[in-house]
Design a protein around this ligand. Structure first.
Ligand code: ADP
Ligand code: CA
Ligand code: CA
Ligand code: CA
Ligand code: CA
Length: 422
């Protein structure tokens, strides 16, 4: 029997099971570098995790890299992969130092910064909305060269935190001030660093939103699934529903694939898995919003991909980071049906009492996963001052119409109940 490969998975929250289950299916042992806020006790250590390796990446990346190198010297492992957004540059650096496949540090820096992504797309001749980098809140008038409506956002944010649509001059001034202060109060602290914060203003891309999950191995990109997020018009952009496969004509699907593949080349993303968000301007022309070089949604995009295309996205990603060719490079998997994701919206915010309706959902045979990330007592802030979805429901369906009807049903029946305020 050949030795089971061992992969270091950095900062993957253990409440999200998809990457861990994929490792079990693929016969891969994981060394988990827990995220600082991961309460591993509550869910228990996932079965695929054979070792925990705490590293202080945020506050001491050099020390973390030496500790990792020392661990590798004692007993070698076979690869390393990012389990969240913030660790992507560290993982790229570690992969280079230890000689593992991964992103170059340059590519890692590009996909962590929306300003660089916009610049690269522009240089590659791909679709880009008009955009302006605001270097100081007083310089909001720099954005008046753009056509309204516009969207104001942090240059390296996530989950639509502090992303605000502005329709005119007055609301632009207010939005820049608001985004700026949200970035200063929350992001610097959350990142453990004060570097690289900044605000981007972009012309509003009018059309439905989609996402694409891809694998990339030795520079060759495969778009595995395209999901439908629907119309999100703002002023804030809390995601609530996804369905896959997106029901779109073949020529639009082909245009999306071309745009996504072009973006990988433009960003020099050559190994791993990515989650790309796009808008379909006028319902037809795909334009990138952003790309992230990891499994989307903490891994829940794995489920949409696995069901809708048959591709075991998370397992293939682990394989790529071990230097192995993805199985779907040679064998075409069979799609299994339609998938849906419902991200329970925060609503008014406050201290969570419970999520009403979740018990019925858990009992539904169409439901594959219910993951609660904010239990009783958690304090949630409403958008644009985001703290995360309190729960996600993943399901499978026989048709897109059934998936859509189920999402509408969840929107009617699932609500976060908050404690009374005094
Ligand atoms: P984040 O990293 O916070 O997710 P995004 O750039 O993806 O940042 O923006 C969050 C959401 O805001 C997007 O999913 C989209 O709905 C909306 N949005 C951002 N930029 C634009 C734009 N230029 N046009 C239309 N909608 C946008
Ligand atoms: Ca992002
Ligand atoms: Ca996004
Ligand atoms: Ca997103
Ligand atoms: Ca069930």
């Amino acid at each position: 029997m050949p030795k089971r490969p061992k992969l270091v998975l950095v900062g993957q929250l253990s409440v999200f099971p998809w990457a861990f289950e994929a490792a079990e299916r693929a016969g891969i042992d994981l060394i988990l570098v827990p995220r600082g806020d991961d309460t591993l006790e509550s869910a228990g250590r996932p079965d695929a995790v054979v070792e925990l390796l705490p590293l202080d990446i945020d506050d001491d990346p050099d020390g973390a890299l030496s500790a990792l190198t020392e661990r590798h010297r004692q007993e070698p492992f076979d690869g390393i992969m990012s389990g969240n957004e913030r660790v992507i540059p560290f993982v790229a650096r570690a992969a280079r130092e230890l000689g593992f496949p991964g992103l170059t540090e340059e590519a890692a820096a590009v996909v962590r910064d929306k300003r660089s992504m916009r610049q690269r797309l522009l240089e590659a001749g791909l679709g880009v909305p008009g955009f302006v980098v605001v270097k100081d809140p007083d310089h909001w008038t720099d954005a008046l060269t753009l056509r309204f409506p516009v969207v104001v956002k942090p240059a390296n944010g996530h989950s639509s935190f502090a992303v605000i649509r502005a329709d005119d001059r007055d609301s632009l001034e207010q939005a820049v001030a608001r985004t700026w202060s949200l970035v200063e109060t929350h992001m610097a602290a959350a990142d453990g660093s004060h570097s690289d914060t900044g605000v981007l203003v972009e012309e509003y891309l009018d059309g439905p939103e989609i996402s694409a999950e891809s694998l990339v191995f030795h520079g060759q990109v495969r778009v595995c699934a395209i999901s439908w997020k629907g119309e999100l018009t703002g002023p804030y952009f809390e995601e609530t529903t996804l369905r896959a496969p997106a029901q779109l004509p073949a020529e639009i699907l082909a245009a999306i694939e071309a745009e996504v593949i072009g973006a990988h080349h433009a960003f020099s993303v050559t190994e791993g898995t990515t989650h790309t968000e796009l808008r379909l301007v006028g319902g037809v022309r795909p334009v990138l919003l952003e790309m992230t070089a990891r499994l989307g949604g903490g891994g829940n995009m794995h489920h949409l991909t696995h069901v809708s295309s048959g591709i075991d996205l998370a397992a293939e990603a682990l394989r790529i980071h071990l230097g192995q060719e993805p199985l779907c490079w040679r064998e075409e998997p069979a799609p299994a049906g339609h998938a849906a994701a419902y991200l329970v919206p925060i609503g008014g915010g406050g201290r969570v009492k419970r999520i009403r309706g979740l018990e019925a959902v858990r009992a539904d045979p169409r439901v594959d996963y219910v993951v609660e990330t904010a239990g009783p007592g958690a304090l949630l802030r409403p958008y644009p001052d985001w703290t995360g979805n309190p729960a996600v429901v993943l399901s499978h369906h026989a048709s897109d119409a059934e998936a859509a009807a189920y999402l509408a049903h969840l929107a009617q029946t699932l609500h976060v109940e908050y404690e009374e305020r005094d």
